[in-house]
Design a protein. Sequence first.
Lengths: 289, 157, 637, 135
Amino acid sequence: MNKMDLMKIPYYPGCTLNTVAKQFDSSARDSALAVGFEMAELKQWNCCGATFPLAPDNLMGLTAPAKVLSGARKEGDTLTTLCSVCYNVLKRTNSVIRESKEKRGVVNGFIEEEYDGSLNVLHYLEVLRDRVGFEKVKGAVKRPLKGVKAGAYYGCMLLRPFEDVGIDNAERPTIFEDLLKALGAEPVEFPNRIECCGAHLAMNDEEVVTRLSGAVIDSAAGMGAELIVTSCPLCQYNLEKSRGAASNGVPVIYFTQALGLALGQEIETLGFEKNSTDVMPLLKKKGIV
Amino acid sequence: MSAHIDKDEMPVASGSFEPKIMAFVCNWCTYAGADLAGTSRMEYRPNVRIIKLPCTGRIDPLFILKAFENGADGVLVSGCHPGDCHYTTGNYHARRRWIGFKSLMEFAGIDMRRLHFSWVSASEAIKWVDLINKVTDEVKALGPFMEYKGLKENELE
Amino acid sequence: MPRIGVFVCQCGNNIAATVDTKKVAEEMARIPGVVYTCDYKFMCSSPGQETLKQAIKENNLDGIIVSACSPHMHEKTFRKASEAAGLNPYQCEITNIREQCSWVHHDNTKATGTVKSIDLTRMTIQRLKKNQPLKKIKIPVKKKALVIGGGIAGIQAALDIAEGGREVILVEKEPSIGGNMARLSETFPTMDCSQCILTPKMVEAELNENITLYTYSEVEKVDGYIGNFTVTVRRKSKYVDEERCTGCGECTEKCPFKVESAFELGLNKRKVIYTPFPQSVPNIPVIDAPNCPKIQKDKCGACAIVCGPKCIDFKMEDKLETVEVGAIVVATGYQLMPNERFGEYGYGRIKDVISGLQFERLASSSGPTGGEIRRPSDGKVPESVVFIQCVGSRDEKKGVSYCSKICCMYTAKHTKLYSHKVHGGQAYVFYMDIRSGGKRYEEFVRGAIEHDGAMYLRGRVSRVYEKNGKIIVQGADTLSGSQVEIEADMVVLATAVVSREGADSLAQRLGIGYDKHKFYNEYHPKLKPVETVTAGIYLAGSCMGPMDIPDSVAQGSAAASKVLALFSADEMAREPITSVVNKVTCNACWDCLTACPYTAIERDAIKDRKGNIVKWVARVNDGVCQGCGVCVAVKIH
Amino acid sequence: MKINLSNQDVQSAGVGKVERLSGEDLKKCYQCGNCSGGCPVSYKMEIPPTRIMRMLQLGRLEEVKAANSMWLCVGCLQCYSRCPKGCSVAAVLEAMRQEALRESADRVEVKDLPMPLLKKAPQQAIVCGFRKFVS
Ligand SMILES: Cc1cc2nc3c(=O)[nH]c(=O)nc-3n(C[C@H](O)[C@H](O)[C@H](O)COP(=O)(O)OP(=O)(O)OC[C@H]3O[C@@H](n4cnc5c(N)ncnc54)[C@H](O)[C@@H]3O)c2cc1C
Ligand SMILES: Cc1cc2nc3c(=O)[nH]c(=O)nc-3n(C[C@H](O)[C@H](O)[C@H](O)COP(=O)(O)OP(=O)(O)OC[C@H]3O[C@@H](n4cnc5c(N)ncnc54)[C@H](O)[C@@H]3O)c2cc1C
Ligand code: SF4
Ligand code: SF4
Ligand code: SF4
Ligand code: SF4
Ligand code: SF4
Ligand code: SF4
Ligand code: SF4
Ligand code: SF4
């Protein structure tokens, strides 16, 4: 396919994808090309702040994401992200700016720009579902993940608060499973797929993270999952880290790695070696590689 | 049906001005509240003249203009509390109408301090008494409402 | 020139102490048109009334004013006296110089009171001069009633009206009457079996000569007004000739196809030709046309072959029937909120998470398990059952803001039924408050806890999920302040009671009001609980809001007594205080029509002799208008 | 435990400030327990979410501040997402954290963090953690 004909979507990688989660970024970019769009990285960007300020008067906390949004608006009317946290922060900031005239004024004052909230912030999963279509993704699959029982882990930030970010029903989402189905895997719905992994407590409270992430893995394994896919570097980190503590070791990979795998990309380009859990034995067992 | 009250018939206390207040009230709540003030032998300023209507929803803005034309210095409109209307929604209609009507009144040169709206239920005799006293005193402080009196006299001539 | 008489009352000293009544009478005599005045000690006394009557006759008065107490006190008295003296009663007006004058102005010099009384009386004279004689409105009443909805409330209303000797048509949209109560097992607070107390009433309704049952029917259109409604009822095709069917059940027996039973709430299947439940009234099957292969594609026909009296007709069509009635009772009941809305509770995904009504079916001896508590997934007897109260109720975010009123009680009942049927089983109840106001209700709930051992936990459940064949219920017990997790075999959701689907469209057809939850509005929540603002239409039961059986029955009877009172005379007399349309100036803007709270105004076509429409004007229906005057003030002409 | 309740407690200015900062109306909470039921760190909190709301209704700001609860909240929004009254305990706790950080020392010192963690953990964890724990 000629690169010129591709649908170009402005893309915000965020800091983590530029450093410890490079494999998330690269597998997503390659896969995008394979299904017909290009992730056009923003010319200039900064960290989104990694947390949406929950106290509504904390407008200072919106400065960083507002800057990202305002810059992105100059490159198009859509912005896509991969990391669930970036997605959550950018999408919520965007709605605040769009919906509150008053707050918009203050935030624009901080960033010294005139941004009106007219961007459409999309998660990569939404692009696949709504712009590309899972049918088309399915058609592009070259290496179906046949027989792989995969649990999709949503975590918190893709789903809550539903009114602002919800890419799907907050209690019964299916978007992730639908993608896995398109890739030929057998999605496993497990109860803890929408529970928290322990998030930033990774910094100072290992016990909580081990317990919560462990429960996620247990829950998935309990429903028969052999693989967990994530959409957030922090989830990925916490799940991988707590693997030892969890009774059932299950490899954890980014969903874009699963996507790239199914789309037939070279194994070497998928960056599995960067993950701290090893998915290769499973892939070999299933005859996928 | 409005009263044209001759100045010399008013109880003029030591020559000071006594305003004429017209009250348009609904039959079910405020009128009964005013009755209750009577049965409880309360006392209030005598300046008010009540006109009973089935519902505040029946009150035509023109009534108020007519009252001023006929010599009223202040007008009071009162009915059932929102939600308590005997005719279920009449007072909502009234309220909606007044919102638009207020600007018309202002446009017609009526000082809005001369026009009072209130909700007085059948049991709120005290509220009624306070209201009449307050409205009477306020209008008294404003002095007679001359603008419209002129109109009426011209018309008569 | 009018001939007006003015009577000023002293009320003993009540008026005379602060009003110079004589002076008032004298002053009035000076007003043009006033031909007679007097003052008198007690106008309402017999001699007082005699004076009034005599004066009317002797002076040939065409209007009178009594300046006395509040019209709320004696207006009726004096209007009656005027009528007796040959004067149109609406030519008698009252001036309130007692409650609103003599009693509130304590000036003993009488100056204040006298001046005000003179003023007030003069105002009344001006008013009287504009009066027109009015005639009482008489409306003929058709003494036949329509009851919409054959649940317990509607059945009770129909039975009471029939017992009062009047004819009733009972319209029910399902193939059988009975409503939700037919689904219940035992009923609180007495624990008698629902079928045992309901079935006799259903049969009575069927056999009563004054009651005509229109089952499988719906009200399509309502015209007219109190005493004179014309109602169009759609009688849906049953594909079975009701007259000839003997109810033998052969057809159902032989029908080879099954679908999910709506009556059993998906817990069981039924045939395509069916009666909803064994005790159905009438006991005549209907064919579920969308699911019948014969009707859809002309394949099968087994039922018609076995039917002895040959009453099955696959070509049968809906019939529209018009009935004329004087009063309507609406008793269309409630339904439960769909549980799927609460994804966190897993309803619809976890098979053993069921609704309270489904639990009733499991506990009912005529239900799918014959009354044994067995869970739907594998038929196992559950050893622990978690009941979750307030699902969707009191939840302004995802559900409804109100309390459903019956679920605290039926949950307590469920725990009792469960503990009686499953020995050693443990019931857990998550609740926020226990609402058990009512005779013997609190004792009932305490009994469930103290006698039957239900474990009540004060808190809400956040999440329900499956793990190793168990259902994990994760909630909180706020009294101990801790998170609680329970491994259960079955979970029962006490789901919010909501209005029936389509309640709003029926209300619009009837011209009655409903709240934002689409429950019907009573005229006054305390003092007119079964009336609607539309005269002649009454309400009963849970179509008004969540309600248990005792309340539904009481309301059915209350509505019936209203209907019987209306039917007690051939004609209904109404105060003639109504609005009139000036057909010349009306320009058909319909502002009045939308403003009227009683839908008393209709569009009326004025036609020329050839029948061509010349003009549209508003027309006020005297039978419906309450005289509020909203329509008059809505438009300034 | 005993609480002596006074008007100052019930109309506490401190709690009023928390309400202002968080945009939450504490009166709305009717103590259903759903937040405690669903909170993933409820088990470890000295005062679990439902009781936080209650204590604040009673004006016991200091007790809530002294507890570990606000530092444990992971901001997962499960409480808000399932609260039948639309209350956000998360926002209340964030407001209290903000207040505490503005007033006193940081919860976590950068120098205390282990190097391997700083190296391996995703940036976002560190950025987010700093925003929650450091003023
Ligand atoms: C799980 C559960 C347990 C309960 N247990 C008890 C208990 O133990 N004791 C107790 O006192 N109460 C109990 N109740 C409450 C009880 O069910 C109701 O109080 C009662 O059924 C209300 O009767 P109703 O006639 O008002 O309404 P319904 O029973 O709902 O009847 C309404 C009828 O109208 C029909 N209808 C609806 N719309 C139309 C239309 N447009 N045209 C024609 N017909 C129409 C319906 O088909 C239905 O037959 C329980 C409720 C539930 C959910
Ligand atoms: C503090 C309080 C506040 C309330 N507030 C509300 C409220 O806000 N809203 C609400 O809906 N309800 C309220 N209620 C309830 C309300 O008072 C009752 O529902 C209502 O008064 C009951 O009316 P009744 O006619 O059944 O009984 P009652 O009001 O008790 O009337 C019974 C009458 O019968 C007479 N009587 C008794 N025995 C005999 C006899 N042997 N022979 C002849 N006459 C007899 C009595 O003298 C009395 O006049 C309140 C009650 C209380 C105590
Ligand atoms: S008519 Fe009224 S004012 Fe006159 S005596 Fe009777 S009660 Fe008193
Ligand atoms: S077989 Fe015929 S008579 Fe018997 S129940 Fe069926 S339709 Fe009625
Ligand atoms: S024709 Fe229809 S109703 Fe009759 S037996 Fe066949 S499937 Fe059943
Ligand atoms: S009756 Fe009880 S269970 Fe039902 S909504 Fe009310 S409090 Fe909740
Ligand atoms: S308000 Fe009614 S009566 Fe008046 S013009 Fe409009 S339609 Fe006619
Ligand atoms: S007077 Fe009131 S009830 Fe009568 S038609 Fe007018 S608005 Fe309707
Ligand atoms: S879920 Fe909401 S209402 Fe319930 S206890 Fe928590 S904050 Fe209060
Ligand atoms: S946001 Fe905080 S308080 Fe709320 S559920 Fe999550 S961890 Fe608990």
